[in-house]
Structure formats: structure tokens, C-alpha cells
Design a protein around this ligand. Structure first.
Ligand code: ADP
Ligand code: MG
Length: 255
């Protein structure tokens, strides 16, 4: 039997009040796959990512982590995950990296990276510290362990946030516009880290406006339009030979 996808989403519907934001979306990422989500602002990319790691609840549809379906309680009007232990397991295995880094400003960079493995996973401090230092080295800021986020550039803060996500030893990383808040010259240092993670065979779902990065790192690209998948496929096809007029227009607007 072939292994289950790391993450699988089936026919997901999500509304905020009367606004239906996701209108039946499917998504799957196999182990080692990089899936990029592209689309105009407001098309539902962030909401889809937030639903995937249960930061948002959805009205209907299935979410499976390594073949294990999220159990829900309630109905479409008030559906919630039914098992808190399952939620924790899924959140720690699908680490999220946000546009605005979201580092804790009152903690040093090293403390930021160590916090969740120590408090959420109850791992021994010495072990976590060694791993955190190695991860900060890996993203090129091993010399910044003892400084606070405000003392770093945006690109360095985002690399710290990536190290923090990796410290949980997750099955997959979810990125929401990881380079959008950065000046162009700082963007590349983050792109470089993401490319290296892709080369290592990390499973990743990346929401991005950076079509060049999406083309370079992805196994599959999904174009979302008004809460529905308009087109998807390998990057060569999606960028090289887009079929839908909407995608063609979107790609022109980002060129
Ligand atoms: P994208 O990331 O593609 O720009 P989002 O997923 O952020 O799109 O948003 C999709 C739609 O959902 C937008 O119309 C947005 O205004 C709406 N939306 C997102 N979050 C909320 C929220 N918490 N409450 C109400 N509406 C929201
Ligand atoms: Mg967004």
C-alpha cells in the first residue's frame, strides 16, 4: 500500500458569516512534496493554510494528517475539532511560518526557538538548546542566539522563525507569504533557506506571491481563484502553459 499523504484536504468549505471563502477545495501533499498556493489577494490562500493546521474551523470537508482524519464535534454551524490531543499533535506536526514572523519580542532568538519544544513537547532543555543552536546555524544566524528580535533585520527574523518552526521537528512546514514583508534584497536570503529545505526533501505548503520561487521549488502549484481551485499542476505546465484565462491574466499581473 502506498503511504498516506502527509496532509490531505477534501472538499473543504469555509465561511466567515455569510461570506463563503473556500468553496470545496482539495489539496494533498505527499511526503517530500512542495506544494505552492498562488492566487490574488482575497482568494482564500491564508484561510486554506489556517484550516489545514486547525487555526480556523471549517463548515464541512475532511482534513487528514498521515491518513488520520480530524474528528469534529458539532455541525456546520458550529463545528470544532473534537479531540484536543489530536489538535496538538497536528499543530506540532504542521509548523507554520507567518508573513510577519511573529517572534516573541521579549525573548532572545535562542529562547524563541526553544520555547515550544520545551513547553509544548516537554523535551529536555539541554537537548533542545543543542538542536536550536544547530538550526540557527543552518539558517545562517548562529551568531544571533542571544539578541532580541528587534535587533535583527526582517530577513534574519524570518530565518529565526523558520528555525523555530523546524525545532518542532514537524512532518511538514506551512508558509504563509514568508517573503512578502521583506525588502527585495532581504527576500533572497529567505528564499535561499526555503530552497535548501526543498532540496532536503521537506514536505512544504507555501503560499507565495513569488512566482519565481514557486517555479523553482514546487512539485505542484495550485492556483486559487475566489475560493476554488481554478488550475493546478507541475510548475512547468502552470507557468509555461497556463490553460485558464484567469490564470493567464493573474500571471500577467504578477510579471
Ligand atoms: P488570501 O490569503 O488569498 O489573500 P484570505 O484567506 O486571507 O485570502 O481571505 C479570503 C477572504 O476571507 C477575504 O475576503 C477576507 O477578507 C476574508 N477573511 C479572511 N479572514 C477573515 C476573518 N477572520 N473574518 C472575516 N473574513 C475574513
Ligand atoms: Mg493571505
Amino acid at each position: 500500500m502506498s503511504p498516506a499523504p502527509v496532509i490531505e484536504i477534501r472538499d473543504l468549505h469555509k465561511s466567515f458569516g455569510t461570506l463563503e471563502v473556500l468553496k470545496g477545495v482539495d489539496l494533498r501533499a505527499m511526503k517530500g512534496e512542495v506544494v505552492s498556493l498562488i492566487g490574488s489577494s482575497g482568494s482564500g490562500k491564508s484561510t486554506l493554510l489556517r484550516c489545514a493546521n486547525l487555526l480556523e474551523h471549517c463548515q464541512s470537508g475532511d482534513i487528514l494528517f498521515q491518513g488520520e482524519a480530524i474528528s469534529w464535534k458539532g455541525d456546520a454551524h458550529g463545528r470544532q475539532p473534537g479531540d484536543p490531543a489530536q489538535v496538538t499533535r497536528i499543530r506540532t506536526n504542521l509548523s507554520m511560518v507567518f508573513q510577519q514572523f511573529n517572534l516573541w519580542s521579549h525573548m532572545s532568538i535562542l529562547q524563541n526557538v526553544m520555547e515550544a519544544p520545551v513547553t509544548v513537547l516537554s523535551q529536555p532543555k539541554s537537548e533542545v538548546e543543542a538542536r536550536a543552536r544547530a538550526l540557527l546555524d543552518k539558517v545562517g544566524i548562529g551568531d544571533k542566539c542571544d539578541v532580541y528580535p528587534a535587533q535583527l533585520s526582517g530577513g534574519q527574523q524570518q530565518r529565526a522563525a523558520i528555525a523555530r518552526a523546524l525545532a518542532m521537528e514537524p512532518e511538514a512546514l506551512l508558509f504563509d507569504e514568508p517573503t512578502s514583508a521583506l525588502d527585495p534584497e532581504l527576500e533572497q536570503e529567505v528564499v535561499k533557506v526555503i530552497k535548501a529545505l526543498a532540496t532536503e526533501g521537506r514536505t512544504m505548503i507555501i503560499v507565495t506571491h513569488d512566482m519565481k520561487m514557486a517555479a523553482d521549488v514546487s512539485d505542484k502549484v495550485i492556483f486559487l481563484h475566489q475560493g476554488k481551485i481554478e488550475e493546478q499542476g507541475p510548475p512547468e505546465a502552470l507557468f509555461g502553459n497556463p490553460q485558464s484565462a484567469r490564470l493567464q491574466q493573474f500571471l500577467k499581473s504578477t510579471a
